[in-house]
Design a protein around this ligand. Structure first.
Ligand code: TGC
Ligand code: FAD
Length: 392
């Protein structure tokens, strides 16, 4: 890949709304991505491997538990800082942001919000440094958009629980030390369990042949009579609302992350269009390419405003699931459309690994699907504004 010359678009001077801390956090993440992610990411995506050497750097920029209090090892930052970190990481690669999202919002968050004090002290500090890595098992082979139908289950065996079932499409599973697993008890109530790698009967086969998120490790979780100690059950919340509450936090991060991928595609296409000469003039001087670029920067600006306002609402504890869902859907769709248009501006070069656009475009196909598909998010807005649930 070519040198990373990224310059972030800020058409409406949104930096003026950011605090000194936001700017410091954002710039540290931006510099780290330029230094440690951009030079290697194309190679790792091509060979379909997660670059484990970046875990330490992710921890250092505060990407593992940005908003988890410092007493548990988190960075103690606000929600806008969390969003900005996700934006910068996804500017590098959606798969790297996935690792950070899962660790922060889907592993650290449930332990922080639903865990016992012992569980918080035992796991959170080591998750914050990346010494322990986690994954989140909600989706099953037969239950994706409808996680409430899950069949993974556990039975009370007196001094332990016996866990059986399988989860599919689990980010980080092939190398995770612990898994937050959502399973039904004998009454059919969903609970979260902390499953540890060394537990007998627990395996995590890797999913291969992905054309998307190639630099992220995805796999299964298989539970074959796994004995889970009773102290590994998350006591603070149960029911489907428990995993869905974690998704609120992860989807919020994705709403910011997608802006990063879009900004990288736009910036790359703008630079290319100014340099690429056809018919004796830069293609940036043609009306058709200007239309594409003008629409891109407009959509990025709208997405930035949406994310910023959502961040304010999150900071005030007022953001609703439906508001978060709208931002995730809008910003991911915006990013994938920009990636497709940017690819065209680069002509044939757009399909190569010399530039990041095709990798972003392929990654965004997963981002459009995970954490609730585009359709599911349309239905969440639909239900919110009409009062009629159309899922079932
Ligand atoms: P529904 O009847 O609507 O709700 C069941 C119960 O949950 C409550 N609830 C929530 N609670 C907290 N936070 C939320 N966001 C909540 N949303 C709903 C709700 O009030 C109810 O509570 P109660 O007490 O009345 O029982 O549930 P439903 O079965 O109709 O499903 C609704 C639907 C379709 C929106 C939901 O199931 C859904 O969001 N499906 C999409 C599944 C999904 O997003 N999976 C993501 C898996 S994780 C992942 O993809 C990680 S990707 C890796 C990365 O991030 O990088
Ligand atoms: P399905 O639910 O089968 O949906 C198929 C199609 O039907 C979609 O277009 C969908 O929008 C549509 N559809 C479904 N229901 C309705 C309806 N009621 N009305 C209209 N249309 C509908 N999950 C985890 O638990 N943890 C992870 O870490 C994780 N990481 C992932 C990483 C990757 C790379 C991918 C691709 C997925 C990951 N997932 C993870 C799973 C992800 O959340 C699911 O893929 C997603 O929720 C959709 O489920 P599904 O793939 O089973 O599709």
């Amino acid at each position: 890949m070519r040198p990373d010359l990224f310059e972030a678009p800020d058409y409406y001077q949104l930096d003026d709304l950011l605090t000194e801390e936001h700017l410091l956090v954002r710039d540290a993440a931006r510099q780290w991505v330029k230094r440690d992610v951009s030079p290697i990411i194309e190679e790792y995506a091509q060979k379909a491997e997660f670059p484990k050497q970046i875990l330490k750097g992710l921890a250092e920029i505060g990407a593992f538990g940005p908003y988890i209090p410092e007493e548990y090892g988190g960075a103690g930052l606000d929600q806008i800082s969390y969003g900005l970190i996700m934006q910068e990481i996804e500017r590098g690669d959606s798969g790297v942001r996935s690792t950070a999202s899962v660790q922060s919002s889907l592993v650290m968050y449930p332990i922080f919000a639903y865990g016992s004090e012992e569980q918080r002290k035992k796991f959170l500090p080591r998750l914050a440094t990346g010494e322990l890595m986690g994954c989140f098992g909600l989706t099953e082979p037969d239950h994706g958009s409808n996680p409430g139908g899950m069949t993974t289950n556990f039975k009370d065996k007196g001094d332990h629980y016996l866990l059986n079932g399988a989860k599919l499409w689990i980010s980080n599973s092939p190398f995770a030390d612990i898994a937050i697993v959502w399973a039904k008890n004998e009454e059919g109530r969903i609970h979260g369990l902390i499953v540890e790698r060394e537990m007998e009967g627990f395996s995590t086969p890797e999913t291969h042949n992905k054309w998307s998120l190639r630099a992220s490790a995805t796999g299964e979780l298989i539970f074959d009579d796994v004995k889970v100690p009773k102290e590994n059950l998350l006591p603070g919340k149960n029911g489907l609302g428990a995993p869905l509450g974690c998704l609120d936090s992860a989807r919020y991060g994705i709403a910011w992350g997608a802006i990063g991928a879009a900004m990288d595609c736009y910036d790359t296409a703008l630079r290319y269009a100014k340099e690429r000469v056809q018919f004796g003039k830069p293609i940036a001087a043609t009306q058709l390419q200007q239309k594409k670029l003008a629409e891109m920067v407009t959509e990025i600006t709208k997405a930035q405003l949406l994310a910023y306002r959502l961040g304010q609402l999150k900071n005030e504890g007022k953001a609703t699931t439906a508001q978060i869902s709208m931002a995730k859907r809008n910003n991911v769709e915006m990013a994938i459309k920009i990636a497709r248009e940017a690819r065209q501006i680069l002509g044939g070069m757009g399909i190569t690994g010399e530039y990041p656009i095709m990798r972003h475009m392929m990654n965004l196909e997963s981002v459009l699907t995970y954490e609730g598909t585009h359709d599911i998010h349309l239905l969440i807005t639909g239900a919110d504004i009409t009062g009629h649930q159309a899922f079932k």
